[in-house]
Design a protein around this ligand. Sequence first.
Ligand code: PBG
Length: 323
Amino acid sequence: MTFPIQRMRRMRRSENLRQLVSETQLSPKDLVQPLFIVEGEGVCEPVVSMPGVSRYSVDCAVDEAQRLFDLGILGVILFGIPKEKDAVGSGADAQDGIVQRAASALKASLPDLIVMTDVCLCEYTDHGHCGVLDGEEVLNDETLERLASTAVSHARAGADIVAPSDMMDGRVAAIRKALDDNGFELIPILSYAAKYASGFYGPFRDAAESTPSFGDRRSYQMDPPNRREAISEMCLDLEEGADMLMVKPAVAYLDILSDAREAFDVPLAAYHVSGEYAMVHAAAERGWIDGDRVMLETLISIKRAGADFIITYAAGAIAEKLA
Ligand code: PBG
């Protein structure tokens, strides 16, 4: 059957008809808001390269999380910016560390909020790499113990989900074992399984003060040209015990997300990263695009490609729009 019998425009004629046949829905419950936590009290400092995003002290993070929760956002993911950094990232697994204090304060005030934590060393090391070093080499196996201990400290503080983002080999297995050994067998692991060495992390590194002091992350994060390798990474993480998988960045890697959706039945997350967020705002500020519209379209495209939920700096703003 072809034209004039077939007319695709019939079902596009009104907003309600379009709604009726809409294949993809976006709701606040699909969105997770990252929160940057800093020391101090009463702190809410805007991140210049990420309009609408601020760094909060623990008390202000609780207020912000309450606001997000009231908008229908079910989860946040925490990133800590410690006062002091050292070679092994001692702040990462300190039980009184910044993320640990934030997680317990959030769970105390908002027990139903899903608190996820980013498990990595880069915000806590003075060299800014995601693992411990030997000279300029980022050591894999020696880093696993630090990551496992960090994940356990987050769980102990009340985190509901731990999310390793370091890209060391074997980290999911190491974290699973450490969680189980410490009585946290019910804490799920959301693995940043296919995480690429990306230029889109620029604004995040300003916000989290985690730019490597030398070199880059290409020896541990994935190489952007590789597609099949992402499936290998994800298979390995599932074998090691990951409960959920993540693709990061999101928009520039929708093919990876779509492959992952085809290949796996586990919950799939996508991280709409800082640079992807900042670009929309930068263009909107110049009046070159309609920022709200493009942000919504971006998030819908990530869901359409296969994500079950999206970590995005736009979570709160979009939830306000959807309300
Ligand atoms: C930590 C981490 C990074 C991001 C999330 N977790 C930075 C990096 O790998 O350099 C980036 C998030 C963003 O750009 O929004 N390893």
